[in-house]
Design a protein around this ligand. Structure first.
Ligand code: MN
Ligand code: MN
Length: 459
């Protein structure tokens, strides 16, 4: 067979082979170390925004919209960064958007109770979780309690080596004969996702006084944070996996850690933005909250935060230009992770159109379910531009769908930006064990994703 005929066939490129030089491997390793540190430090959307603000400020981004590099963080949970390009805003922008929230267990507003002389906290899960994955492992507690006067008290327990951790118990196998016969969907009940808080009673004169353990926990919370039980009503406390992100595998080629959906995209977008500081078009990087529960709310992608902020930017940078014109000329990547083929669960994927670890960032022309319902289906003209951009830059990438047709489905925020008329497509690193407390990515995919975002933001 001649080479010309062989070249007619398409095969995605293995990113490890593309980035085999020592220079690439060094750059990949140093990026991976930074990423592991970021994941370990930023376990909530608020902490992600603190990180973004700190790094962007150090790179010269300010809240003053008359400058060429601006940022705005809204309610500590969603963020907007923009850098002026050589061309005017009216000619469009290059935008990368990612979400900073991840599935977790939120404490209820009246969480505390005592049972069998143990104090526990009730939770209400946030986002799509497989409940059994959260049992019998060390957990941390993060968030804020806001007192009546408006004082915001940060809480962080479980990640400092001197901290205790929290956990949720599970039934021993010896007494689970009946439970193991149940369907998974009914065997693990949300109301049993209760977190152990303590077991020592507060001192009491009376012999038979009840509720002493809960009282002891309240006393401890009051001493430590100055709060009482009613303050939980105005609190946002998240139970998340405790412990740092880690390298995984004998060759350390994987990264394991909580929240990689979608903090891998947040990290890659921020790194790319900070690295490409002389753009042709205005660069915008957006970080959203609430993606895992439908993008609603004042800090979700369906909110008007982006529109309002862009309006202000136009007033400052290019007064008189219509917002609609800027939007219609915009080009965007909806940065979100993809479901990588799991060697133990190949039956839910269609392998010719699936994402594989080690093949670089994964584009999804569409998402949705049951016949693409709810999808932003990216235009082929735009995909052709991206193909040419990445192929010329030598960045490996792949195209996939989320599993077999009718095996399930899912959506992203692409459609909420597509309504403005801009070109947009989903893209992100492939992930194994997505939405679990210990998600897995490949080091080389994080590297390639960051480089892909750089090429896009530079172009
Ligand atoms: Mn996501
Ligand atoms: Mn998700």
């Amino acid at each position: 067979m001649s080479d010309t005929i062989n070249k007619l066939e398409y095969k995605p490129q293995n990113a490890w082979k593309v980035y085999s030089s020592p220079e690439h491997r060094d750059a990949m390793d140093s990026l991976a170390r930074e990423y592991v540190d970021f994941l370990s430090r930023c376990k909530t959307e608020r902490l992600v925004m603190d990180y973004v603000q700190e790094k962007a400020a150090a790179a010269g981004f300010s809240e003053d919209f008359s400058t060429g590099a601006v940022m705005r963080i809204q309610r500590g949970k969603t963020g907007f960064l923009a850098r002026k390009g050589r061309r005017p805003l009216s000619e469009g922008f290059r935008l990368v958007g990612a979400h900073a929230d991840s599935p977790r267990l939120d404490l209820k507003q009246r969480p505390l109770y005592e049972d069998t002389e143990i104090c526990l906290a009730k939770t209400h899960y946030y986002g799509g979780i497989r409940k059994y994955q959260w049992l019998t492992s060390p957990l941390a507690l993060y968030g804020v309690v806001v007192r009546k006067g408006g004082e915001v008290i940060p809480v962080a327990v479980g990640d400092d080596p001197s901290d205790p951790v929290l956990t949720i118990t599970d039934l021993l196998p010896h007494l689970a004969y009946k439970e193991v016969e149940k369907k998974v969907s009914v065997a693990f009940e949300a109301e049993k996702l209760n977190v152990l808080l303590g077991q020592s009673p507060v001192a009491s004169d009376k012999d038979d006084e009840k509720g002493l353990v809960k009282k002891q926990i309240l006393k401890l919370l009051n001493e430590r944070y100055g709060i009482d039980e009613a303050d939980f009503l105005s609190a946002e406390l998240q139970v998340v996996p405790a412990g740092p992100a880690r390298f995984v595998g004998l060759d350390s080629s994987f990264i394991g850690g909580y929240g990689q959906d979608d903090r891998s995209s947040v990290f890659c977008a921020l790194e790319a933005l900070l690295a490409e500081d002389k753009p042709e078009f205005t660069q915008i990087v957006l970080f959203w909250d609430k993606e895992e529960i439908g993008s609603d709310g004042a800090t979700g992608a369906k909110s008007l935060f982006f529109e309002y902020t862009l309006e202000e930017l136009i007033d400052s940078w290019e007064p008189g230009t219509r917002l609609s014109r800027v939007m219609m000329n915009g080009t965007a990547l909806s940065a979100d992770v993809a479901a990588a083929v799991d060697p133990d669960h190949k039956d839910v994927y269609e392998e010719r159109n699936a994402a594989f670890l080690g093949y670089g960032p994964c584009f999804n022309k569409f998402t949705g379910h049951r016949g693409k319902v709810g999808a932003n289906d990216a235009h082929p003209e735009f995909i052709a531009e991206l193909r040419s951009l990445l192929d010329e830059a030598g960045v490996p990438w792949q195209m996939s769908e989320l599993g077999k047709v009718d095996a399930g489905g899912g959506g992203t925020v692409a459609k909420y930006l597509a309504i403005y008329g801009m070109d947009i497509i989903d893209v992100g690193a492939p992930v194994l064990s997505m939405h679990s407390p210990f998600e897995i990515t490949s080091k080389v995919d994080i590297y390639a994703t960051m480089l892909a975002f750089r090429e896009f933001l530079k172009a």
